[in-house]
Design a protein around this ligand. Structure first.
Ligand code: ZN
Ligand code: ZN
Length: 353
């Protein structure tokens, strides 16, 4: 059964007959439309449409795998067109995305409350097809090449922002659609901020620089972190690097179908604990990646997601010492029948430049 047919069954099980998909990543997943913020998908028991407006007539026709319906927004709202197309079918919506205001508008026009569904598309998006893995692989390859390039660019005196812009310039001029998220360049004491976006701070000798970035290809996000030393750093920070690398490699090696995300997160914490560093590892070990930068599964203590063949995940332990700096090492991998394939292939041994 294909995804649409399987989803139709899920919609019926949820107590409805048609599903309005508004979450951009889900709209893109089902339709292939690359401006999904301005589109929505209506799935009924015997049809599926991409609904958008006259700005996208040409683009939607070129890109959409589904029948395209262009709403003439001078005459009617998309909600009115949606109700016409659904032709009396009982409607469900994505509760984790549709705003309360939109829900109320629909409720008023329909004369009943649409059925609120909870992440109906998640089970499909969790498992990447070989075509999706190929896009992740291409995104990871551009990310690797950007890392190699930036090693020749980084020097004392240039600012974190200059490094971030050079990474972005390199990626988008060598095949990426865009950068995957705001590039993190955190040098020296700023390395203690796990999400330290690049600032005007100049790089200095004797410090670590943490670079966390990725390319997007065909809508699929790569995500990689490397920490490199600019000149010689303190022996305390060098020891932190070794501990984080040991935790990262052990966690990566533990990936495989049937494994528990929570247990792998714990494994990394246990290794850092041997070096009295576990209390400085202040986030979860990893996350799924795909059409969104943060997806399920989660490798964390909060939930226990089981890994399955076809899931794409990051492994990214980090240690953040306030006032001193930090180290994070992150790879992107896909779970395979025999274990995992590492999509990030940049070297991660201690590197001093
Ligand atoms: Zn990252
Ligand atoms: Zn990440």
């Amino acid at each position: 059964m294909n995804v649409l047919d399987s989803l139709r069954t899920d919609v019926v099980e949820a107590g409805a007959e048609a599903l309005l998909v508004t979450s951009p990543a889900n709209v893109r997943y089902l339709s292939g439309f690359t401006s999904p913020e301005d589109g929505r998908v209506l799935l009924t028991q015997d049809a599926a449409w991409l609904l958008t407006d006259g700005r996208y007539t040409v683009q939607a026709a070129e890109e959409s795998k589904l029948e395209v319906d262009i709403t003439n927004t001078y005459q009617k709202t998309w909600q009115e067109r949606l109700i016409e197309l659904s032709n009396g079918a009982r409607l469900a919506i994505e509760a984790d995305h549709l705003s309360v205001a939109s829900f109320r508008q629909l409720e008023e026009k329909l004369g009943y409350s649409p059925v609120a569904t909870d992440r109906l598309l998640q089970p499909y998006r969790l498992i990447k097809s070989s075509a999706e893995v190929e896009l992740l692989r291409e995104a990871a390859e551009i990310t690797d090449r950007a890392f190699e390039h930036i090693l020749g660019f980084v020097r004392p005196g240039i600012t974190e922002i200059e490094v971030a812009l050079e990474l972005e310039r390199f990626m988008v001029t060598t095949g990426a659609d865009a950068k995957a998220f705001g590039i993190i360049v955190a040098s020296g004491p700023r390395g203690a901020m796990p999400h330290g976006l690049a600032s005007q701070r100049p790089l200095a000798l004797g410090e670590f620089i943490t670079l966390d970035f990725g390319a997007v290809v065909g809508g699929y996000h790569a995500d990689m972190t490397r920490t490199v030393a600019l000149g010689e750093v303190s022996s305390e920070l060098m020891a932190v690097y070794d501990a984080v690398l040991e935790a990262q490699e052990a966690a990566l090696a533990a990936l495989g179908p049937g494994e528990s995300g929570r247990a792998i997160d714990q494994l990394a914490r246990d290794i850092l604990d041997r070096y009295q560093l576990a209390s400085y590892f202040s986030h979860s070990l990893g996350h799924g990646v795909g059409l969104e930068i943060h997806e399920r599964p989660s490798l964390s203590q909060r939930v226990d997601d089981r890994l399955e063949t076809g899931m794409s995940v990051t492994i990214e332990p980090g240690v953040y010492l306030p006032g001193k700096g930090g180290v994070r090492i992150e790879d992107l991998a896909v779970i395979t029948e025999s274990g995992y394939e590492r999509l990030s292939s940049s070297p991660k041994g201690y590197l001093q430049i």
